[in-house]
Ligand binder design. Sequence first.
Ligand SMILES: Nc1nc2c(ncn2[C@@H]2O[C@H](COP(=O)(O)OP(=O)(O)OP(=O)(O)O)[C@@H](O)[C@H]2O)c(=O)[nH]1
Length: 810
Amino acid sequence: MSKVRIYELAKKLNRHNKEVLDELLKLGIEGKTHSSSIEADVAEKITKALTAPPPSATDAVVKKPVQKAAVKAEEKMAEPQKVALKQKAEAGEAYEGKVASEAAAARPASPKKDRAEGLQPEQKEAQGAVAETAEKDTSAGEEPVVHALPAAETEEDLKLPDKFKKEIEAEKIEKFKAKPGLQRAFQAIRKIEPKRWDIKGGKHKGDRGRFGQKQETKGQILSTMPRKKNLKLREGTTVKEFSELIGLKFSDVIKKFMELGYMPTINQPVDSDAALIVAESFGIKLELASVEEDTHVEEIQEDVTKLTPRAPVVTIMGHVDHGKTSLLDAIRETKVTETEAGGITQHIGAYKVNLKGKDIVFLDTPGHEAFTSMRARGAKVTDIVVLVVAADDGVMPQTVEAINHAKAANVPIVVAVNKIDKPEANPAKVKSELSEHGIISEEWGGHNIFVEVSAKKRIGIEHVLEMILLQAEIMELKANPDREAKGTVIEAKLDKGRGPVATLLVQTGTLKVGDAILSGVHVGKVRALIDDSGKRILTGGPSTPVEVIGFSEVPAAGDVFTVVEDEKRARQIAMARFQKQRSLEIAKAKKLTLDELYTKIKEGQIKELNIIIKGDVQGSVEALKDALENIHHPEVKVKVIHTSVGGINESDVMLATASNAIIIGFNVRPETKASQTAEKEGVDIRLYNVIYETIEDVKKALEGMLEPTLKEKVLGRAEVRQLFPVSRLGTIAGCYVVDGYMSRACDGIRVLRDNIVVYEGKLSTLKRFKDDVKEVQTGYECGILIENYNDLKVGDILENYIIEKIAAKL
Ligand SMILES: Nc1nc2c(ncn2[C@@H]2O[C@H](COP(=O)(O)OP(=O)(O)OP(=O)(O)O)[C@@H](O)[C@H]2O)c(=O)[nH]1
């Protein structure tokens, strides 16, 4: 006996799948879906149940299948009915009683007749006939559905029943609705004066029609031929342009959007996902234009004949308290206030000073963190680094960090030996200490200019400026002022009165009031330009820091800005970038990892393996550095760009991001914030406690032999707040879980003091009050006992972890 699919039966009975499924449940048949098959006898029972007359039966409830079945069962009917039905069939097309499509074709003409002829009194009999017909159909081995389906149904519809289509549609709609980020972006973009956006392919009015749709009034739906080329939707297309693109009336399109719960205005950029759904619902195939096409800002070929000298841009770096801010202030006071009328200096993130007709730009945020975080965003702003070293203190850890950060960026260093007014000042010692780090004064045959200053006593300030200009002269810094401006966002904020305000450093070209501007995903039109002395200006040439009013939203510091032909194009690119950014966030652009090193070498992407080493003691750091730099590879140079003693901090991670480096931690751990940043930026941090293993891993990675089989996963960290020595057990640490959770089932626990590993072992006991527990979450206190270790101190961090097995890649 052949089977019947539920959705087919439902269709035959002109009922919803759910109604059939409900009937099945009543029969005690569970676990079926609309696509399941049922036996013909069950189908028969359901047909009976679903075609039973409702209590208040009127002609209106006579269902089509009943009518059809009644037609088939004509011989069983009373004579007058037979006649009536025959007439009905003849009114349609030749009736043979078997071909379902014909029966269905006849159907549209029949309902009124059926009703008029009072089928109702005979319904019971007709039902009997239905049952019999169904049985006949199935016993003859014919697919009952073929008989039941209306002629209009196509093969495709059979493959994908409405229910499925609806589900797919619903899924898409849900996905679209769950996009608050995008909606926000629209709102932001809507704030800017909406204009009609020009789009490629937007002028297809008239040649884009809906398949099979009848012609409408002029210029609307025209084509009924299948389209050969797919339509391309560019980011930033407005709803109006979209309706033109797909050749439909704006009102029809907007109605569809509203069904999605999305209410765009006529000139609002359309959301691409929503547009795809809407186009599809009209049977139109739409493609998104490639992101590359959309996000690209045409690079202007620099005309070398137009290049003119430009002012150098300087960042001041150095160890804490060595006098960075004092030096910046001293320079500003002596060189800015005296030249500006009124003497009010604006703090806009950068300022310009002038010495004997030549300008120098100073970035107002000293320190290598700001420098490297800008660089990590892809900005190359600084031309020269002034390294401040206090003559009474000498080279300190952050001095070394600053040197390494400047070196990694290939930026020349001018050394300002500060605090020479102090009696204990020892500039010679500074010189020799710096030489150990490759910063050698010209007098000693090196390339670095040294200047002795006192920021406090204003000694040597002009000399520093002269030396910066000298360094700049060697570098021959040039730019073309005669082109559209391009540069970097130095600072940006939301000002209560003025809206988004950004300090931009123009690096090439000239920025003018009225220019359409684009930075990242933010657009604007320059409404006002203000210089570092608070004066309104109309233009800003190369190496000029300017405050710009006119951005629609606050751009991000470190992002590049570009002037584009008009706001329309700016918005278009911004929109496309927004989409790209989203997909990148999903794919997460990874930095270099040891695991992928070999593949990247083979692809020719890597010529240098940059490494940052952090260790617990100087000795092991040095030993590792030497050993790693002694690894020779035919295609790759191993370069240690920074080493220091101590835990891995955020600055290390930023340096790794900016220099595409990996970080090696030897007996040290990353700070929580550093771990988070590394995770976000995709920086590979490798932690070791055996030098040999570290070197082996790097060697194996270079040879493509590294097989990552085990990976440690930190579960959480707890801070030791109190110690309870218990005579028989040892020292129980009263802890507070600060991050993640502590687990009894961890594979190991380590004791960290200032991010340096002082002990690594096994967790013996985990308690909440008096009870042994399996886990303790963040924000709770607990008692921890470490196996064979009692030398804990208040303030120590206990880190518990598990070792995860990872399938070998090679
Ligand atoms: N005697 C003397 N003291 C100075 C000199 N320059 C700075 N100082 C003092 O050194 C201290 C630190 O100076 P800052 O300019 O704040 O140092 P900094 O490098 O900017 O410090 P951070 O911003 O904390 O990294 C202050 O008390 C200054 O007064 C100098 O040339 N001579």
